[in-house]
Design a protein around this ligand. Structure first.
Ligand code: DGY
Length: 429
């Protein structure tokens, strides 16, 4: 298919997955509104319908909890094709039935992008309405995912990281006792080849953590103190640090001085805190289990997001360039979600090796910001080739380029439209 046709197909995927103002990631496997999916989707809509792009984010924030949290899934209508649904979560924190934890906070970055790319003259008005909501969500993250004020953010569930079965979680997850789990039937493996999904043993523990959250009444203070899984995540931490820099620009553009001052304090704290995730043996940032204190021993695609977070000083930049080149010599397509030299790498199992388009996009932005245009372009060209080879799949094999997981996937379509398509690259040049 020609790239012009791929542009059209990508648009039609977004339109077909649109449920009337919010977009599902894909039919069957993920039939609700997912937090970071929606935010990337807004970027895709912005290439042909800016009003619809804002709507996506505004509808996500309609589900914001009273305590500021923006949930990872909004269950706007019950759909038996997904498990675990609203009954299993048992939450009561906001106006829309939802899951009980959050997901990577990309929204402030995309709000800034929408403001800067605006053609309507109405963007600042819409950003002004979102600013207090974004502030409340960011305050929530700092209060309840960094209760010890370390300057790094933890996730209370692998699902909160958005990178569910990442090898970084293995050890902390094995320490979670399987308990309070009613007999259940998974739905994901009826939509997708089980060899591309997490194992049953992972799912038992995922559900045990949900049970622990339910037991804590989803009170975020109790969750932070008692949850059996609490791991500082370089992915969420770097996305949040970047989001704060972008939120600062939005606050400044709106003349919100008090907010801007508060955000500057967050940035300073996180720049310092991020150094505690640096693994000197690997020369990269990794996860840290905040219950055991242990750092993990592998490089994930999120290690590269240090640059996206603005951490470009040496030795970070040159170490990541070295890892980039080493990994590029091992696989055909960058960036595998886990280091192909690590014992846990699996090229087709979800977050244990496959390439994800929206992570590639963020990694490329980081390299571009660090002045490394050639590695940024390599990321774009690989993402273009993957989509041309594997279609608008959920994720791709870094070795063969095969598309895997769900098909007609919204964020893959959105990333194509906003960045990977040659027609976008021509416009940006
Ligand atoms: C799932 O159901 O696999 C999702 O990744 C949870 O967010």
């Amino acid at each position: 298919m020609s790239d012009m046709n791929l542009d059209k197909t990508a648009q039609s995927i977004l339109v077909e997955n649109d449920q009337g103002g919010y977009t599902i990631p894909t039919k069957g496997l993920y039939p609700y509104q997912w937090n970071w999916d929606s935010v990337f989707v807004a970027l895709g809509f912005a290439t042909f319908d800016q009003d619809r792009a804002w709507r996506e984010i505004e509808m996500l924030f309609e589900g914001q909890w009273r305590d500021g949290m923006v949930p990872h899934i909004l269950f706007r209508k019950d759909d038996p094709s997904y498990f675990p649904g609203p009954k299993v979560w048992g939450t009561d924190g906001g106006p829309i039935p939802s899951s009980g934890h959050s997901q990577p906070p990309v929204a402030a970055t995309v709000v800034r992008d929408l403001v800067e790319g605006d053609r309507s003259g109405k963007a600042l008005e819409r950003a002004r309405a979102l600013l207090p909501k974004l502030m409340a969500w960011h305050r929530w993250y700092l209060a309840y995912r960094d209760p010890q004020d370390l300057g790094v953010l933890a996730v209370m569930h692998p699902w909160e990281s958005g990178r569910d079965n990442l090898p970084d979680w293995d050890e902390a997850l094995r320490a979670v006792e399987i308990r309070d789990v009613e007999p259940y039937v998974r739905k994901d493996t009826s939509h997708v080849d089980p060899s591309m999904r997490p194992h049953k043993d992972d799912y038992d523990r995922y559900l045990s953590i949900v049970a622990a959250g339910r037991k804590a009444g989803w009170d975020p203070e109790k969750v932070a103190a008692t949850c059996p899984f609490f791991v500082a995540d370089p992915g969420v931490t770097f996305i949040f640090l970047r989001a704060n820099r972008d939120l600062l620009k939005v606050a400044e553009a709106l003349g919100a001085d008090a907010e801007a001052k508060e955000i500057r304090g967050w940035i300073q704290k996180m720049e310092k805190g991020a150094t505690t995730l640096w693994n000197e043996d690997l020369k990269a940032h990794v996860a840290r289990d905040l219950r055991s204190g242990k750092l993990t021993d592998g490089i994930s695609s999120a290690s590269f997001l240090a640059l996206y977070a603005g951490l470009t000083d040496e030795p970070v930049l040159s170490s990541l360039q070295g890892h980039f080149d080493r990994i590029a010599s091992k696989v055909r397509y960058l960036m595998p979600s886990y280091d192909p030299d690590h014992r846990s790498y699996e090229p087709l199992r979800y977050w244990r090796g496959p390439v994800w388009a929206m992570i590639n996009y963020m990694i490329a932005r980081g390299f571009a910001d660090a002045g490394d245009a050639s590695r940024a372009e390599r990321m774009r060209a690989d993402t273009e080739a993957l989509i041309e080879t594997g279609g608008f799949a959920e994720y791709f094999s870094p070795e063969s380029g095969t598309g895997a997981g769900g098909g007609a996937f919204s964020w893959t379509a959105a990333i194509w439209l906003t960045w990977a398509s040659p027609s976008r690259a021509d416009q940006a040049a």
